[in-house]
Structures are given as C-alpha cells and as structure tokens.
Design a binder for this molecule. Structure first.
Ligand SMILES: NC(=O)c1ccc[n+]([C@@H]2O[C@H](COP(=O)([O-])OP(=O)(O)OC[C@H]3O[C@@H](n4cnc5c(N)ncnc54)[C@H](O)[C@@H]3O)[C@@H](O)[C@H]2O)c1
Length: 262
C-alpha cells in the first residue's frame, strides 16, 4: 500500500519507536495523527517539529472515551486534508518490572498488573477496534483492494521474558497472539494485521534501565552487537505498510538476541 497521501494513527507517537514511525511516514509523504499522553504543550511543540503533515491529539489509551475523542479528531482532520486513513500503529506502551514474589515473599501488586495490561493490551485493542471502523470504509486501493494496515508492537519479552517481566511479557505475548486472528477478522475489509517484536531499542523506555540491565541485554545481541535504533524499527514499519504479503505475522527485529533470565 502506498504511504503517500494516506493518514496513519500512531499512539505513543510523541517518543521513541512511535515518533520514529511518524518521521518515517512523513518522509514518505504520509500524514500522521499522533495520540499520546503527553501534555498539549509538548504536543504543539511536536507538531511544530514534525510540520504540517502531523497533528497531535492528547489521548490516554486506558480510556475508551479518550481514544474515541482522538479518533474522531483524526477523522475530522482527514475531512480537512482529504488524505484517507491508511492504518494504525498502536505503539503506546509501558513497562513496570515487578517480581511475582518480592524479597520478602510478598506477591506483586495487582494495580501494577492492571496498568501494564491496560496500556499495552487493552489500549492496543481499543485503539485498533475504534480505528478500523473508519478504515473499513475507505475506498479500496490497487488490484488487491487493500484498505489499510494495523501494525502492533509486541516485544522479545513475548517469547523470552525476563525476571520481573510477568505483566509486560503477558501483555506483549497477548499482542503477538492477536496478529493472526485479527488478520482473519479483517481480511474481508482488505485490512492487514502484523505485530513487530523488537528486542532492546534505545528509547526513553529503555533509558530508565540500570547500567547492569542494559549491558546484560546488549550482550545478548548476536549481530550487530548493539541495541537497535528507532529508525531501524520504523524502516520495518514502512516496509510492512508497502508490502502486501506481510499479514498475520509476528516479526522479530532483534539482531538474533535471545533475552537471558537476568
Ligand atoms: N524500546 C524498546 O526496547 C522496546 C522493545 C520492545 C517493545 N517496545 C515497545 O515499543 C512501544 C514503544 O516504546 P518506546 O520504547 O518507544 O517507549 P517510549 O517511552 O519512548 O514511548 C512510549 C510513548 O507512549 C506514551 N504512552 C504511555 N502511556 C500512554 C497512555 N496511557 N496513553 C497514550 N500514550 C501513552 C508515552 O507518553 C510515550 O510517548 C511500547 O509498546 C514498548 O513496549 C519497546
């Protein structure tokens, strides 16, 4: 599918992998609606930085009404620009490490579990579900009758989750599991669904890690022997949008790293 003159919704687009995806899409002539928890001031600064093909919508993916408002805002913006919806990249995500039992043998807090699952899983499903209602109505493109693409963000943790990552791994494993059934659900509308599973990429999320954790993660890379950079992630997003044979898959992008137990 062509990126040029189409609009893509990106949650978590104010930072890291989401922001890099926004930059890549804009470079290819696409429009981006950035849905993020960041405040309005940060959002306006981001619009200024990214230029006229980007629009910021304050959004908390934990809340259905907040997503509804941002998606409606995107639909209204599309009426002004005339650039139809082309896809959604739900990249908003958080990681709150906690061991199942702490040093004193106390079980982890369910509020933390609910928060991680809420943002990474429920937020992903809710944004997709609300976006594809609109995507299913755009005019089909090309000989395949394609309408758009959903690109979810899973993680290496879906397969080799580390110590303290039960909630995060559960959320990302669930995201990976959704790629195939969702692609089956949406095939009749000409909508593809793919999940990308990155290993360590250098972003604000991973900047919070201790040196010990970072070094251990970097040591797990086979080649290249380093963490990924956001443009290497967004380059894959671009390719998935443009190549119609990517569907129903979970694609690892990880320099052959397999996470150790830590
Ligand atoms: N960086 C990595 O190594 C890595 C590896 C695997 C998967 N991931 C996943 O990639 C995605 C992007 O992560 P990143 O590394 O770019 O992190 P990041 O912290 O740089 O960006 C995440 C963005 O999500 C936004 N966000 C958080 N909670 C939100 C909410 N409730 N509603 C709306 N927006 C919200 C934040 O404001 C932020 O802008 C996440 O889903 C993350 O789990 C990252």
């Amino acid at each position: 599918m062509k990126i040029q003159n189409r609009t893509f919704i990106i949650s978590g687009g104010a930072s890291g992998l989401g922001k890099s995806t926004a930059l890549e899409i804009i470079k290819a002539g696409g429009y981006v609606a950035i849905l993020d928890l960041s405040d309005e001031e940060t959002g306006r600064a981001l619009e200024k930085e990214l230029g006229p093909l980007a629009k910021f919508f304050h959004c908390n993916v934990l809340k259905t009404e907040s997503i509804a408002k941002a998606v409606q805002g995107t639909v209204d913006w599309i009426k002004e620009t005339g650039k139809p919806l082309g896809g959604v990249v739900p990249a908003a995500g958080i990681g709150l490490p906690a061991a199942t039992l702490d040093r004193n043998g106390n079980a982890f807090d369910m509020d933390q579990v609910d928060l991680v699952l809420g943002v990474n899983l429920r937020g992903t499903i809710d944004l997709i579900r609300q976006s594809v209602e609109h995507l299913a109505k755009v005019d089909p493109e090309g000989p395949d009758g394609e309408r758009g693409v959903v690109i979810m963000v899973s993680s290496s943790s879906a397969f080799d989750g580390q110590y303290g990552q039960v909630s995060y791994a559960a959320s990302k494993g669930a995201v990976a599991s959704m790629a195939l059934p969702m692609s089956r659900d949406l095939a009749k509308y000409g909508i593809r669904v793919v999940a990308i599973a990155p290993s360590l990429f250098t972003t604000a999320l991973t900047a919070m890690m201790s040196d010990r954790v970072r070094k251990s993660l970097e040591a797990s890379f086979i080649f290249p022997n380093r963490a990924g950079n956001p443009p290497e992630f967004s380059f894959l997003v671009k390719h998935i949008i443009e190549n119609p044979m990517f569907n129903g898959a979970v694609i690892r992008i990880d320099g052959a790293s397999r996470l150790s137990k830590l």
